[in-house]
Ligand binder design. Structure first.
Ligand SMILES: NC(=O)c1ccc[n+]([C@@H]2O[C@H](COP(=O)([O-])OP(=O)(O)OC[C@H]3O[C@@H](n4cnc5c(N)ncnc54)[C@H](O)[C@@H]3O)[C@@H](O)[C@H]2O)c1
Length: 341
């Protein structure tokens, strides 16, 4: 074992922690395990899972890895520099809090930040107190093409933003949080933050985790742009489409965020003096997956090496996502009352 390497531990060796590394279709690394094994600066020394079945999968990737059933014991024994938490959302707060209290300085945490806004606030305060850094895996923040698109939008690729429509599947907190985070990341330089919301429960589509809801609604941004968010049924198909209309054209993000299309303005073929959007899209980004886990692990290492380096998705941004979700849920309870963030 190379002593100079950064020591990493993973808590939660389920699908996104470990097992999807064996999904033949996925670009690798596809998991927390995979990203730490591939990163040349890190040594994945240990992992913890309540389910010992994950050990045989882990051994296929790293024969020397230490296995623990109890994550606190693991952190005390192994003293990792970085911890990845890839357990289900209802455990994020407790496990992240324990890691911070045991002195872990860099945590890569699966989204969402926590299970509710109260937990999220407590975590926000604790991260500050411990002078630690959290990287929440909102994976589009680690997508080189989505980052490029953000810069293009800021430079006026489609002029001023007029309207946004967007779609997600499988629960507002579980997956909708990715959508809300991506909308804010892409647009907040141009149109400010979300300041008000309206939410209502979708009554057609009930496919979601049992402690989550499919909420449709509107996000009202500071500069008067309104974004619709609508849930679809993952049993029918997965979806993460975002359509942005601007004064100089339209951007469409499709194929679960992989493909980016631009529609220019053309002269109407039917009405003299009118313009419309071209039917032929210009492909800004092809539908090829990007190495998001690679960028995530690189960002975590840089956060550890230099205290001035920033997480590309820190607890403050994730907290804002949680605040928006909390207000959407409150609005849904009051039959769509407009709620101030
Ligand atoms: N960022 C993404 O694109 C993405 C994709 C998939 C899942 N996720 C998120 O990742 C998280 C995990 O999802 P998953 O599908 O891998 O779930 P999963 O159920 O497959 O895996 C979770 C694992 O955590 C283990 N675990 C739970 N509590 C534990 C504890 N206290 N100590 C040790 N191990 C514990 C379970 O035994 C299980 O193996 C969720 O928050 C999910 O929303 C994110």
């Amino acid at each position: 074992m190379n002593k100079k390497k950064i020591k990493v531990s993973v808590i939660g060796a389920g699908r996104i922690g470990l097992k999807l590394e064996f999904d033949k279709k996925r670009l690798k690394p596809a998991t927390h395990f995979g990203m730490w094994i591939k990163n040349k600066y890190t040594n994945l020394s240990s992992f913890c899972d309540k389910n010992s079945d994950s050990l045989k999968f882990a051994k296929r990737l790293n024969k020397k890895i230490n296995y623990y059933f109890n994550y606190k014991k693991m952190i005390i024994n192994e003293k990792p520099d970085i911890v990845s938490i890839s357990t289900w959302k209802d455990t994020h707060y407790k496990i992240a809090k324990d890691c911070l209290n045991l002195g872990v300085k860099v945590i890569v945490l699966e989204k969402p930040l926590a299970n509710n806004i109260k937990q999220a606030k407590k975590l926000l305060d604790l991260v500050k107190k411990k002078k630690a850094k959290i990287l929440v895996n909102h994976r589009r923040r680690f997508d080189s093409e989505i980052i490029k698109l953000k810069n293009k939008i800021n430079q006026g690729e489609i002029g001023e933003i007029l309207q946004v429509s967007s779609y997600y599947v499988y629960g507002i907190l579980t997956t909708g949080t990715h959508l809300i985070d991506t909308l804010r990341m892409l647009l907040n330089k141009k149109i400010g933050e979300v300041i008000k919301v309206i939410g209502f429960k979708n009554n057609l589509n009930n496919f979601k985790p049992k402690d989550d809801l499919n909420i449709d609604g509107y996000l009202f941004f500071e500069k008067n742009v309104v974004a619709s968010i609508q849930s679809l049924d993952m049993k029918s198909y997965d979806n993460f489409d975002i359509i942005i209309h601007g004064t100089k054209g339209k951007i469409e993000i499709t194929d679960i965020g992989r493909k980016i299309l631009k529609y220019n303005i053309i002269k109407s073929p039917e009405h003299t003096g009118f313009t419309e959007l071209s039917r032929q899209a210009k492909i800004l980004t092809k539908s090829k997956p990007r190495n998001q886990f690679g960028m995530l692990s690189k960002n975590a290492v840089s956060c550890l090496k230099n205290k001035n380096n920033k997480s590309l998705c820190d607890e403050k941004d994730s907290y804002k996502d949680m605040l928006i979700i909390d207000c959407l849920l409150k609005s849904a309870k009051t039959n769509g009352k407009k709620i101030k963030i």
